[in-house]
Design a protein around this ligand. Structure first.
Ligand SMILES: [Ca+2]
Ligand SMILES: [Ca+2]
Length: 389
């Protein structure tokens, strides 16, 4: 058996100080629908906006996309039962339309050029609080969620939207809150619980410079707004943007708990990139391994494997996630796997519970044969990427 070693990324990421509590992306209750069979490019609809209530979920999203143009946005759709990991396409993202130069993206958010409005001190105004504590680690190109709880003395239906700003970045985002529709509710038993989905396209600082080695921090501000235009107090979430290698092919694992899951990618040659084989000859490498043996890089909760531009061999890739060891007493852990393949991004979801098994995915012959501790998340095909500019 191969013992876990200190990950290469350790020196770059201050591990123990971080507590990343990433809300489960699988909680998009109002958007369940049959998943598309494979990663697909999201097509812009050609017709005009249509009455959303009469449409199926897919058409409703497309109508929304029209409504929020212009402005960058991320579209996250789909969702399968958490147990249905095998081949489950959970969601995919699409973005288009830019009006201001910001690397940030907010699901269904319209990017506005002016600064976010000040808090208004009204007793009838909405209330807003974070549902999780701690710094949130952000990796470029990977969706994140901010878990919030919203309230209003006039009832939840009085809330019409949210303002979201990132400190020292231009403009701010506005996300409409439509009950039973776009943001709320996340959980019928907790109707004030919402998640705002966001991400950063590149690890770009407010001055436009790109972080290439050291992580940097920024602050995310969120306020709720009601029909009378009362603006709640801003809640603040500290974000740590962690630069990682980039390329035509990237696979990122995100877990909901500080526990030891491991990411494996088998490339067309049969070589497997994982913590025991961090780099292969063509440049494919694991540059972030979280919670290794419950002792190293704790709380990062992301793993990342990439092939530098032009290095990813054409052919078939398999992504596996292993439950190496539970660091949380066997409590369930939800995970997502984000696959970026020649400019297309697809997100998959799964769950483990129990204690784990260190060797489940370790040997190529074991891959795909131990579903309780080693889950085969997706097989995808890489063709030579077209010029991505
Ligand atoms: Ca109100
Ligand atoms: Ca790990």
């Amino acid at each position: 058996m191969q013992l876990k070693t200190t990950p290469a990324a350790r020196s770059r990421v201050p591990g123990r100080a971080l507590i990343l509590l990433l809300p489960a992306l699988v909680m998009i209750g109002c958007r369940k629908q049959d998943a598309p069979p494979e990663a697909q490019r999201h097509e812009r609809p050609t017709g005009g906006p249509t009455e959303a209530a009469e449409l199926d979920p897919m058409a409703r999203f497309e109508a929304m996309m029209l409504r929020y143009t212009p402005g960058p946005h991320v579209v996250v759709e789909g969702g399968l039962p958490r147990e249905e990991v095998r081949g489950s396409v959970f969601a995919w993202m699409s973005r288009e339309g830019r009006t201001i130069d910001t690397p940030w993206l907010v699901l269904n958010g319209q990017l506005l050029a002016h600064r976010a409005p000040d808090t208004s001190l009204s007793s009838r105004g909405p209330g807003l609080e974070l549902r999780r504590d701690g710094i949130q680690t952000i990796i470029a190109g990977v969706p994140n969620a901010l878990a919030l709880r919203v309230s209003d003395p006039d009832g939840l239906t009085d809330i019409v939207g949210f303002h979201i700003a990132f400190q020292d970045y231009l403009g701010h985002f506005y996300v409409p809150a439509m009950i039973g529709g776009e943001v709320m509710p996340e959980d019928p038993s907790d109707p004030g619980a919402i998640s705002l989905h966001f991400g950063v396209e590149t690890p770009q600082r407010p001055d436009g410079s790109l972080a290439t080695h050291e992580p940097f921090q920024t602050t995310m501000y969120v306020a709720a707004i009601d029909r009378a235009r009362n603006v709640s107090q801003y809640v603040t979430q500290q974000l740590q943007v962690t630069p990682l290698g980039t390329g035509d092919v990237e696979v990122t694992l995100t877990m909901s708990q500080a526990t030891d899951l491991d990411l494996y990618v088998r490339e067309p040659s049969g070589a497997v990139v994982y913590y025991g084989n961090e780099r292969v000859a063509n440049g494919g490498q694991l540059d972030l391994d979280a919670n290794a043996a419950c002792d190293s890089n704790m709380g990062i909760n992301n793993e990342h494997i990439f092939w530098p531009a032009g290095a990813a061999p054409a052919g078939s890739y398999d992504v596996m996630v292993a439950h190496y060891e539970s660091c949380v007493g066997g409590a369930p852990v939800d995970y997502t796997v984000t696959v970026e393949n020649c400019g297309e991004t697809v997100v998959f979801a799964g769950r483990f519970a129990g204690g784990g098994d260190a060797e489940a995915c370790m040997h190529p012959s074991n891959l795909d044969s131990r579903p309780e501790w080693c889950q085969h998340v997706v097989k995808f095909q890489v063709d030579p990427c077209e010029d991505l500019q």
